[in-house]
Design a protein around this ligand. Structure first.
Ligand code: SF4
Ligand code: SF4
Length: 301
């Protein structure tokens, strides 16, 4: 069934009008072909995420039950979490790689923002396919249960379902110096997931540690992302979430003043228990023009 889902995804990525930038921005695809990975619902790593992400980070069983699906007490071994990697298309990566300004291109902000309705459509199609096969399914970040909590000083956040951690569990890649997620298709990606009781084949985790794909962690080399960050949020010691989060917020406010704002779509999200529309545009300057933009740099070593 993994192969059938992959085929469905490839068709959806190539056919969907939602996977396109507006004509004013060239009408090109937002994402190129995806990759998928699968983890088991009872993988002990999900309990570990309660320590490394937050106590309220949900296991697949908890997400399933919170979304109103039945629990027969033997769910863990039967559930599968399907993680989907959405790689930004090469034309976006190339243009953004040539950007030498300390703020993201409108092209990227728009692609980042318009990705959300497309990702929702992909989730609907995958869940529809699984339900047509007689199985049940629910989304992770795309579900009503997904929630973001801001920390006491409101400068950074955590969610109860980290798609990067879910992708790590599914063997799709590892974390990096700026806490991006480096897959075989690079770090300039979006991620989403589906939890299902369909007997999908589980993917192996072949990477060497939680940061094994990052040249800084694996070889003490590279560090090219450090110079890309306009606010010094990345150093050899790690990623300063507060500095990063403040800059991303500033970029969002700046982009909201620009005329292209009318093309953006709201994304509804629960923050501290209240659902509200957000217009995320991202920053991602540290993801472009670096060795891990579009590949796993450790694959060359
Ligand atoms: S640019 Fe280099 S150091 Fe930075 S995340 Fe990528 S591989 Fe790691
Ligand atoms: S997303 Fe932007 S602000 Fe955050 S670390 Fe990367 S370059 Fe710096």
């Amino acid at each position: 069934m993994n192969a059938q889902i992959k085929t469905l995804l490839i068709k959806c990525f190539s056919d969907s009008s939602l996977n396109r930038l507006p004509q004013e921005y060239g009408g090109m695809p937002i994402f190129s072909a995806p990759v998928i990975g699968v983890s088991r619902g009872d993988d002990p790593i999900f309990m570990k995420f309660k320590e490394v992400v937050a106590q309220d980070h949900l296991t697949p069983v908890e997400m399933w039950v919170r979304n109103g699906l039945p629990n027969d007490g033997r769910l863990g071994p039967r559930l599968r979490t399907l993680s989907i990697v959405f790689p930004f298309d090469s034309h976006i990566r190339e243009q953004c790689g040539r950007n030498d300004k300390p703020m993201p291109l409108e092209l990227y902000c728009l692609a980042r923002n318009l990705a959300n309705p497309f990702m929702d459509q992909v989730l609907d199609r995958v869940m529809g396919f699984l339900q047509d096969q007689g199985f049940q399914a629910t989304a992770g970040m795309g579900s009503k249960t997904f929630e973001v909590t801001s920390h006491s000083d409101s400068s950074h956040f955590h969610s109860n379902w980290s798609e990067r951690h879910i992708a790590f569990a599914a063997g799709l890649g590892t974390f990096s110096l700026p806490e991006t997620f480096i897959t075989d298709l690079g770090c300039n990606i979006r991620l989403t997931s589906v939890i299902t009781d369909a007997p999908l084949e589980v993917s192996p985790r072949v990477f060497d540690g939680a940061y094994g794909n990052c040249l800084h962690h694996a070889k003490r080399t590279c560090g090219e992302c450090i110079a890309k960050c306009p606010v010094g949020a990345i150093t050899r010691e790690g990623h300063n979430k507060k500095k990063c989060s403040r800059y991303v917020q500033r970029m969002r406010e700046k982009m909201e003043e620009r005329p292209f704002r009318v093309m953006m779509k709201p994304h509804y999200q629960r923050l501290n228990g209240v659902e509200k529309p957000v217009y995320r545009v991202g920053c991602a300057l540290c993801q472009f023009g670096v060795p891990c933009t579009d590949r796993n740099p450790m694959a060359d070593e």
